[in-house]
Ligand binder design. Structure first.
Ligand code: NI
Length: 255
């Protein structure tokens, strides 16, 4: 079945139909979902959803844009959550220079701190990196920060950059952007990346694929991403589903 490696069903956009939608996942071919924390509240949501639904796992972490007000007590709290059975990763963490908020040094500080946390927790990382390719790489390299692998979520950089991450053992998270008309750069990445290092993700409710672009996204629409990846790779949709599921289970150590 399809393994959704990155979603945010705790988002308010799902308040009216969250339960019905999640209960319809299996009949739409969606097997497991990882609900990803991006701040304090969404991390609480992730834990709660993973406790309510057996097919949902969770990741705990603070998104770079949410790092302005955190302190060491939040890190301690994340560490305590990380030992829960269904917590499979630390994330999403990283750098986001698109809006430059909060300032870069603060983002870097908490990115490093959460990488250390992942080491301590013995978990892989989910990395969010937007318009911050060089700094992200510098931090990952300089701290020898990654012991348990991870995924570059919503991969948006060049093939050259992808190649470096692949050499470090990372998976690449591929979602709705691959269906956009201006996705030439990402098509090249998917073309050249080994299929056993690609995982599927929506980032729901964001980044809906082609036909739904601009609307609320959900894991059911991964079929459009699968179509696009299957076409690029020249193999069947079912092969894409099977291989990426295996990859995701390896990444999150569920195999
Ligand atoms: Ni996300």
């Amino acid at each position: 079945m399809i393994f959704e490696t990155h979603a945010h069903y705790g988002d308010d956009q799902f308040n009216n139909d969250r339960h019905e939608l999640l209960m319809s996942m299996a009949e739409n071919g969606i097997g497991n979902i990882v609900e990803v924390g991006a701040g304090v509240n969404s991390t609480k949501d992730a834990i709660a959803l993973s406790e309510k639904y057996d097919f949902i796992y969770s990741a705990v972490g603070i998104h770079p844009s949410e790092t302005a007000d955190i302190d060491e007590s939040i890190i301690e709290w994340l560490l305590s959550l990380s030992s829960k059975k269904k917590v499979v990763a630390i994330g999403e963490i990283g750098l986001d220079y698109h809006y430059n908020e909060p300032e870069r040094n603060i983002q870097k500080k908490w990115f490093k701190r959460q990488l250390a946390l992942a080491k301590e927790a013995g978990l892989p990382v989910i990395i969010h990196s937007r318009d911050a390719a060089e700094d992200t790489l510098d931090i990952i390299k300089s701290d020898c920060a990654i012991e348990n692998g991870g995924v570059i979520h919503c991969f948006s950089y060049s093939w050259e950059m992808a190649h470096i991450y692949l050499n470090m053992g990372f998976y690449l998270g591929i979602g709705g952007v691959i269906t956009f008309k201006n996705s030439r750069k990402l098509v090249e990445v998917v073309e050249k990346a080994p299929i056993d290092r690609i995982v599927l993700e929506t980032d729901a409710p964001y980044l809906a694929p082609g036909p739904y672009r601009g609307r609320r996204n959900c894991s059911v629409y991964l079929k459009y991403v699968i179509d696009a990846v299957a076409e690029i790779k020249g193999i069947t949709q079912q092969e894409i589903i099977d291989i990426t599921e295996k990859n995701a289970k390896k990444l999150y150590r569920l195999a």
